[in-house]
Design a protein around this ligand. Structure first.
Ligand SMILES: [Ca+2]
Ligand SMILES: [Ca+2]
Ligand SMILES: [Ca+2]
Length: 417
């Protein structure tokens, strides 16, 4: 019945629209099977869940330089064996509603105001978390301009709190400001510099040892990327965090190095290594917070697809193998060796929630994760993703009585029209 309603709605919409209007729909379905993602068989995991996410996007161009964009999102989940539905579910609500003025290429500036999807660079610190059924978005202002060959993005944003059954509202106690600028420094190299400021009027929680407190937090950093340099790609990312965490000083850092090589042979293999480091807090009793704040990342992309790690108290060594045997098919074989920076801080999930607080003298080896994926794009409108992951528990988990390896399987199809 719902499907027919949708068809009718589409038919009606297409007739209504004239020049200047645009309209598109995305429907994403995912089945997930999870086994011991908590690393213990004493608590049952979700066995299999069904996720459905539908997005309706409308655009209207008032003129060449002024447009209005609206996106509605409906996120649903089937029955759950246990736990909360909140991270999966948000019935029809506004995901984007913004005015966009200017044209970066032609006018040298662009101003966006309202509710928006927002991402910076590879989404390591700020991204839309597209993997999530409900995803992530912001309210605020984003002003971009070109100056002296640099592309500047400046913003003042508040993350939108997603609440099923109620209209989503911005988090008025969590303010995020920043400047991000990048430039092509050679034909193959890109340099980005950024400074962010996060100011909260409520305590932000880290692990049990670090605790929660108000933030007046600066993040200063850079990306340096090499693309197609004799078939090599590489990335250096560094960030330093300072400011106040209540009465404590923030002194935290993060560092990433990635190197990969594309073999110009059959199957188009690429082999890469990656190191991801986010500092942890070594001493809960001093006057410093050394835990890096991973901000609003799309963490799913980087530290294992099982989402068992975040760029906080992390040392992750990854081996990344990708194959592209056909134009529309990708195979991924990734392996992560996940370690804590310090056992005095917590193991943080990709959502930034702490899973386990460590203790002095414990091992730092969390475990190894294997991620296998197949991506297949049938055509412009339809794509599929299948994944299987296995997490082999390491010493740190075993010392915390998490003895069971985790498994994760998913199948996803995405339709765009
Ligand atoms: Ca379990
Ligand atoms: Ca809602
Ligand atoms: Ca400390």
């Amino acid at each position: 019945m719902k499907f027919f309603n949708l068809l009718f709605f589409l038919f009606f919409s297409f007739n209504l629209f004239s020049e200047g209007f645009s309209f598109s729909v995305q429907v994403r379905y995912r089945f997930e099977y999870m086994e011991d993602l908590d690393f213990t068989s004493q608590i049952n995991d979700q066995e299999g869940i069904n996720l459905l996410r539908t997005r309706f996007s409308f655009g209207y161009n008032f003129s060449k330089d002024l447009s209005f964009n609206l996106q509605l999102q409906d996120a649903r989940v089937g029955s759950l064996a246990y736990g909360s539905r909140t991270s999966y579910e948000d019935s029809l609500d506004i995901r984007q509603a913004n005015f966009s003025f200017g044209n970066l290429k032609e006018k040298g500036f662009n101003l966006k105001i309202g509710r928006m999807e927002f991402k910076l660079a590879d989404e390591r610190l700020v991204g839309p978390v597209d993997w999530s059924n409900i995803s992530q978005f912001f309210d605020g202002i984003n002003f971009n301009f070109l100056l002296g060959g640099w592309d500047f993005k400046t913003f003042a944003l508040r993350k939108v709190n997603i609440e099923d059954g109620n209209l989503n509202k911005w988090d008025k106690k969590d303010n995020f400001f920043g400047i991000f600028t990048d430039k092509k420094v050679t034909n193959w190299h890109n340099l980005s510099l950024f400074l962010f400021y996060r100011d909260t009027e409520k305590p932000i929680a880290f692990g049990p040892n670090v605790g929660s407190d108000y933030l007046k937090e600066y993040t200063l950093g850079l990306y340096f990327e090499g693309k197609d340099v004799l078939n090599f790609n590489y990335l250096i990312f560094g960030a330093y965090q300072f400011g106040d965490f209540g009465e404590k000083d923030i002194k935290a850092k993060a560092f990433v190095f990635n190197l990969n090589y594309n073999f110009p042979i059959k199957l188009n293999p690429s082999v890469g290594i990656e190191y991801n480091y986010g500092s942890g807090d070594k001493n809960p009793n001093d006057k410093k917070r050394e835990t890096f704040d991973n901000l609003y990342p799309t963490g799913h992309k980087f530290y294992g697809y099982m989402d068992r790690a975040s760029l906080q108290n992390l040392k992750d060594y990854a081996l990344i193998l990708n194959l592209k045997p056909y134009k529309n098919t990708n195979f991924g074989i990734h392996y992560h060796i996940i370690n804590l920076d310090t056992e005095m801080d917590a193991l943080y999930l990709a959502s930034r929630k702490p899973l386990i607080q460590g203790e002095k003298g414990q091992a730092k080896e969390v475990g190894g994760e294997l991620d296998l994926t197949v991506n297949y794009k049938l055509n412009e409108n339809l794509s599929f993703l299948i994944g299987y992951s296995y997490f082999n528990v390491g010493k740190f988990l075993r010392e915390n009585e998490r003895l069971d390896d985790g498994e994760y399987f998913y199948f996803q199809s995405t339709v765009n029209f």
